[in-house]
Design a protein around this ligand. Structure first.
Ligand code: GDP
Ligand code: MG
Length: 439
């Protein structure tokens, strides 16, 4: 998808405004790229229409190129297409939350049971798995083995009991043991058939689940959206889990499910390991589709916070490598104002997931930096070279701020590194190449 879209954007460079004429060709490319990504035609049509409607006659923002502005409109529409916000799992206030998993054979239901339990355990919830696939003894064994791997109990009742009965017994057991979440595995078929649907309906009726999640394989492309729709009409579901996103799926499934079925993707699986399951973030997926990380949201946030003039001045300084400690302070404070450091770090392309420990670390180091910068003379702030050259000056700053000399040296080194990094980032904002996302 990425390469097709990139050529679409480049065609707009140098244009002054977005018009019906000059977006026609990029829009054709976008349309083609989406179709190639296996997004269904009606969805593509609506999408292209929505983007065109917004793009034409849009007031250009100073300092933002028209192609970038079109990228942003496409990005925002993609996010909207996928449901906008993260769609959280619902938990009951009292008694066990029951999650029923459904889906065709081989899509990853049994794997998801264990992955989901593993994921929920990390959120502090106790879990129990229920082996409701009674057609193959191997399916029960598989769940038991996976349960052991993630250290979660598995309720089994063999292959002679009806799935709805097993589910009911499992739920009773969970209530007795005061387990927070019960996850019920079920049998899939190669294709949708009445027996499977009837069985699912029966299981659903027996346990009244909080969540009914359809597991779909991302490799099935636009068919995924059709499956979600059918299951929703037949048994009523609350959302979908998209698995095998690590494969070379073309992304069409992720893009169409919500639009076609009205049901959100809640989680995605990206591999066979037990911790390869995560919430579905529409904005990250849009970024992935556009192949540029979350550069756009970063640019957007940065612009919101820094006044335009400030940004321009800063940019000039960065370009001429004059970025100093005053700017550093301004910059880090602006970043702090943007909200949590974690969000900002998360937006920088190439930076992966951030752990809470790393966030605390980052916030602490912000405070540390401020203290040291405050202990510098105005001259030193403007000319970081002075500090780079003079150990005596660094020693004084260390003493005045109550930090170690090593910490001061680190800060100075960081400023010079930041000059390089900022220069790269500004390159992105001002017509530089768009980096590809590494994940
Ligand atoms: P079920 O028939 O729906 O229960 O599917 P399983 O859970 O047994 O999974 C079928 C196969 O898909 C297994 O070999 C899993 O290891 C594999 N699988 C499941 N989820 C993923 C995923 O997110 N990525 C990859 N690459 N493989 C997966
Ligand atoms: Mg299974």
């Amino acid at each position: 998808l990425t390469s097709g879209l990139e050529s679409a954007w480049s065609k707009l460079r140098g244009e002054e405004v977005l018009t019906k004429e000059n977006i026609a060709e990029p829009m054709r490319d976008i349309r083609r790229a989406l179709l190639e990504a296996d997004v269904s035609l009606p969805v593509v049509r609506r999408f292209v229409q929505a983007v065109s409607d917004q793009a034409v006659g849009v007031g250009l923002i100073r300092g933002v190129r028209p192609d970038q502005q079109l990228v942003k409109i496409v990005h925002d529409e993609l996010v909207k297409l996928m449901g906008g916000e993260v769609s959280e799992l619902v938990f009951t206030k009292s008694g066990p939350t029951v999650i029923l998993l459904a889906g065709l054979q081989g899509v990853g239901k049994t794997t998801v049971c264990a992955k989901l339990a593993n994921y929920l355990k990390k959120l502090g919830k106790s879990c129990m798995l229920v082996a409701g696939d009674v057609y193959r003894p191997a399916a029960i064994d598989q769940l038991v083995i996976l349960g052991k791997q993630v250290d979660v109990p598995v309720y089994t009742a063999g292959t002679d009991v009806k799935p709805s009965e097993i589910a009911k017994q499992g739920l009773e057991e969970a209530k007795r043991k005061k387990v927070d979440v019960v996850i019920v595995d079920t049998a899939g078929r190669l294709q949708i058939d009445k027996t499977m649907m009837d069985e699912l309906k029966e299981v659903k009726k027996a346990i009244n689940p909080t969540e009914v999640l359809l597991v779909v394989d991302a490799m099935t492309g636009q068919e995924a959206a059709g499956l979600v729709t059918t299951f929703n009409l037949e048994i009523g579901i609350t959302g979908a889990i998209l698995t095998k996103l690590d494969g070379d799926s073309r992304g069409g499934a992720a893009l169409s499910v919500k639009e076609v079925s009205g049901k959100p993707i809640k989680l995605v699986g990206r591999g066979e390991r037990m911790d390869d399951l995560e919430p579905f973030y529409p904005d990250r997926m849009a970024g992935r589709v556009l192949g540029m990380g979350d550069v756009l949201s970063f640019v957007e946030k940065a612009q919101e916070v820094m006044r335009q003039e400030d940004a321009e001045e800063l940019q000039k300084k960065i370009m001429s490598a004059k970025f100093d400690f005053n700017d550093f302070l301004k910059q880090t404070r602006a970043v702090a104002k943007m909200g949590s450091v974690s969000r900002v770090i998360g937006m920088i392309p190439g930076m992966g997931k951030v752990t809470p420990a790393q966030i605390r670390e980052a916030e602490k180091s912000l405070q540390l930096m401020e203290a040291m910068i405050e202990a510098m003379t105005p001259e030193e702030r403007e000319k970081p070279e002075l500090l780079a050259e003079s150990p005596t000056r660094r020693k004084r700053v260390a003493q005045d701020s109550g930090k170690t000399e090593q910490q001061v040296s680190q800060l100075v080194a960081q400023l010079f590194q930041m000059r390089v990094r900022m220069k790269n980032l500004m390159g992105v904002m001002e017509g530089g190449s768009i980096p590809t996302l590494s994940n």
